[in-house]
Design a protein around this ligand. Sequence first.
Ligand code: ZN
Length: 338
Amino acid sequence: MTNALTRLLETRDWLLADGATGTNLFNMGLSSGDAPELWNEEHPDRIKALYKGAVDAGSDLFLTNSFGGNASRLKLHGAEKRARELSRMSAEIGREVADTADHPVIVAGSVGPTGEIMEPMGSLTHAAAVEIFHEQAEGLKEGGADVLWVETISAAEEYRAAAEAFALADMPWCGTMSFDTAGRTMMGLTSSGMVDLVGKIDNAPLAFGANCGVGASDLLRTVLGFAARGPETPIIAKGNAGIPKYVDGHIHYDGTPDLMADYACLARDCGATIIGGCCGTTPEHLEKMREALETRPKGARPTLDQITEALGGFSSASDGTDGNAPAARKTRRGRARG
Ligand SMILES: [Zn+2]
């Protein structure tokens, strides 16, 4: 099986992914509460500018504006019948930007969570989740996405449903989860648990990893957790540009471009191959990340102390891989890894 991402990974030691979608669209006038996917039709010029911002800053791969483009999420905006169409548009605009770039660029069709809790904890059945993801996958495929890219997932069941849907669409894929709850996903999965999940899944992803979550430091601790298990599948790191803070009534991420440059190199040292940003990451950040990855040599795997010295403290004492549930962790203890 050969596809554009596999071919690119064969020629490169690392790839720079893109930054934020939401943050950058808010900067272009999107209101919170609006469905960004409707802009694929209403403001294709702005979506093109979003993609081009990343590509011109040096990204080798960008995600399409389709994170909330599944029927379950679009229902909130009365657009549940348009999942396939809006997803196709997001990829079509992406195809145009990638095909006119001055370097090889991968169009990754973004697929976000359904927003519902799956059985047995919730009411969304496996079959319904597969159908929701499959519909969106077909739209992204029609629009010309090179790979599909499920992100910000919390539940193993949902990750498996996406994998099954992408097999139905006969598309290669990557998938990241969000470890935002004391090192675990909201549904309790640890970095080690995700390596087990990826190792056993039918229709394995081309790459797996973490996106969003708390800050850049926490995300790298998760990447170290993946790497400690020695997975053969390439690791993705897409951390937020620092920590969100309310400034003058809007959310601002405190991570500077220089901090994200350090983060990018540390992510590579931690074992990540596909490195990008998530919320708060703008083209200015990406430019510095590209420059740092190109000019600084790869270093040894950093310690947790080296990560916090460079990027700031962790949000929790443990990443959960020591077997303790977050609720049991009331005091700082010795670290599980050095
Ligand atoms: Zn994010």
